[in-house]
Ligand binder design. Structure first.
Ligand SMILES: CCCCCCCC/C=C\CCCCCCCC(=O)SCCNC(=O)CCNC(=O)[C@H](O)C(C)(C)COP(=O)(O)OP(=O)(O)OC[C@H]1O[C@@H](n2cnc3c(N)ncnc32)[C@H](O)[C@@H]1OP(=O)(O)O
Length: 201
């Protein structure tokens, strides 16, 4: 079977949903389609507004459990002359996939992320990303994403399949460096974001 006809995650260890997986359910309080999601943490490398070295990726809610996002490759993101570094492109995919959490209203972290690099992405290009959740099995959240260049309907440059794992807030409070955790807990806007994800007991 060619890559073009392979279903998302098929044949990739850990990325194929089990047979008893359920279809993802959009949370009733999820942001409306078209709504900007904003940053989950202002220092986040992927989406943080206060992170000078970051991607400043802006994601919007889509229909169902899907999102779209845009990221413009800057000179600081180069791997080869005039071309984006592959790891930066993976970060953009990871961030876009992670933002599906806003629609499910669960906190989840990346367990596995497998990427195909299909076309080189030049500096200055805008990567038009889209991601959708394909299945949920207990704490395991399966999703796929792609990034196109030259416009939202342009050729695919990168694509990925992922497994995210649902975690509780203590994943961060128990593992993060204490000074950043303290600062986050003292920031009412950050506490509000954390609460927004905490609806599922
Ligand atoms: C006021 C306080 C402020 C807090 C602010 C919070 C707000 C934040 C809001 C939103 C944040 C979102 C941030 C998104 C950022 C973008 C996404 C990232 O880049 S996240 C960073 C990269 N990822 C990691 O650092 C994970 C590191 N890994 C771990 O911590 C663990 O390994 C973890 C949690 C992923 C799993 O550990 P376990 O002990 O909880 O669970 P086990 O039992 O190992 O796995 C559960 C199931 O998943 C499968 N699984 C786990 N990892 C797998 C893998 N790599 N491949 C395949 N299967 C895997 C296992 O086989 C198991 O499956 P079976 O239930 O037995 O069927």
């Amino acid at each position: 079977m060619s890559a073009a006809t392979t279903p998302p995650g098929a044949g990739r260890p850990g990325l194929t949903p089990p047979s008893d997986a359920a279809a993802p359910v959009r949370h009733p309080d999820a942001p409306a389609p078209g709504e900007l999601l904003g940053a989950h943490y202002d220092q986040c490398f992927g989406c943080g507004d206060s992170q000078p070295h970051g991607l400043h990726l802006a994601a919007r809610a889509g229909e169902g459990v899907s999102v779209t996002a845009e990221f413009t490759v800057q000179p600081a993101h180069q791997g080869a002359p005039g071309l984006a570094h592959g790891g930066v492109l993976v970060s953009a995919l990871d961030e876009t996939l992670g933002s599906l959490s806003w629609l499910l209203r669960v906190i989840a972290v990346t367990g596995r992320l497998e990427t195909d690099f299909v076309r080189p992405v030049p500096v200055g290009a805008t990567l038009h990303l889209s991601a959708r959740c394909t299945a949920v099995a207990g704490r395991k959240i399966y999703s796929s994403a792609e990034g196109r260049i030259g416009g939202p309907e342009g050729p695919v440059a990168v694509r990925a399949d992922a497994l995210f794992i649902e975690v509780k807030l203590d994943h961060f409070t128990a593992n993060g460096r204490p000074e950043e955790i303290r600062a986050a807990m003292d920031d009412p806007d950050q506490v509000k974001v954390a609460r927004a994800f905490e609806v599922n007991p």
